[in-house]
Design a binder for this molecule. Structure first.
Ligand code: UDP
Length: 330
């Protein structure tokens, strides 16, 4: 039996595919390559180029392959874009998700691991954030993810589809072969490293008047490999007959934008100039996870929690792939 990884050519998806293979799992990837990269899919893995919004594509896959479980990464995930093109987010993150659930049920596939997000909490009332805290997304991206979580709750109650929703905090870092390559890039750590690599002149720091220790936003950065490991535990939980769960995934430690800059300067040896710019719409001041629930329930243990190591791994990948995928240095 295989696991179907939808969005397995993307950043977190491709690393999860790599880890699943390492754990001896049989994997098939479905990706429309709109934001993912063919080169990101580990060698030897079957890549089906197609869109999960198409019932015909999904039906064929479920017909042709013995799929036991689905891991679903294939969503749009940019806060700012979701505010400018909200319908794109509703279509891709909710409508296509419903198509997926329908096709899974038709094919009697009833195990799903879903990439959710800390954005479901909005501006938290306290940190670290636990899963039972208020859900009040401040942007369309977070709202579409929360909506799909709710759909999954119904799909368990009414249709017996069991799921694990993983609410990611800030994914960062790289493996030897897979790293972060978005176009356009909007995430802090890759942008900081692009300045260090001479590809950008300076970093724009979005706001220095937040109620944090140095005025810049605090985020909980988690190594992409630790995130990936949680998906394997989630699949095993469902395989063992476990019921639906929702888990946060973070390190429980927060770093400000200025602190990330300082660490990146130390790692790269580059001065990384930065300038303060206005706040970015929809950015909460502080997001720090409590991941106690998944640690307790599934025995998840982040192994690569050191922020220096996270940035170092991203820098090392960046140096080996200065123009990202498709134009590697080697
Ligand atoms: N950020 C920044 N400059 C940038 C990109 C991001 O100051 O060019 C800040 C952003 O405001 C947020 C943090 O860095 O506080 C992390 O942003 P990112 O986009 O990486 O992740 P998000 O938390 O939005 O998912």
């Amino acid at each position: 039996m295989a696991t179907l990884v939808i969005g397995g050519a993307g950043y977190i998806g491709s690393v999860t595919v790599e880890q699943l293979l390492g754990a001896g799992e049989d994997v098939i990837v479905l990706d429309n390559l709109s934001r993912g990269h063919r080169e990101a899919v580990a060698e030897g893995v079957k890549l089906i180029e197609g869109d999960m919004a198409s019932p015909a594509v999904l039906k064929r896959i479920f017909h042709d392959h013995p799929i036991e479980a689905v891991v679903h990464f294939a969503a749009h995930s940019l806060v700012a874009e979701s505010m400018i093109h909200p319908l794109r987010y509703w279509e891709n993150n909710v409508q296509a998700g419903i198509t997926l659930v329908r096709c899974m049920l038709e094919a009697q596939v009833r195990k799903l691991v879903f990439s959710s997000t800390a954005a479901v909490y909005g501006e938290p009332t306290q940190v670290p954030i636990t899963e039972d805290m208020p859900l009040a997304p401040t942007n369309t991206y977070g709202l579409t993810k929360l909506t799909f979580e709710r759909i999954l709750r119904d799909a368990e109650r009414a249709n017996g589809l069991r799921s694990v929703c993983l609410r990611y905090f800030n994914a960062a870092g790289a493996t030897e072969r897979a790293g972060e390559d978005h176009d356009p890039e909007t995430h802090l750590i890759p942008l900081v490293l692009e300045v260090a690599a001479g590809k950008r002149e300076k970093l724009a720091v979005f706001g220095d008047d937040y109620p944090t220790r140095d005025g810049t936003c605090v985020r909980d950065y988690i190594h992409v490999v630790d995130l990936a490991e949680a998906h394997i535990l989630a699949i095993r939980h469902l395989r063992g007959g476990g019921d639906s769960r929702i888990y946060n995934l973070g390190n429980g430690k927060g770093f400000t934008v200025r602190e990330i800059l300082e660490i990146a300067r130390a790692v790269t040896g580059h001065p990384i100039p930065a300038e303060i710019r206005p706040r970015r719409a929809g950015d909460p001041a502080t997001l720090i996870a409590s991941s106690e629930r998944i640690i307790r329930d599934l025995g998840w243990r982040p192994q690569l929690g050191d922020i220096r190591e996270i940035i170092r791994s991203a820098w090392s990948w960046h140096q080996r792939h200065p123009r990202g995928y498709g134009a590697s240095a080697h």
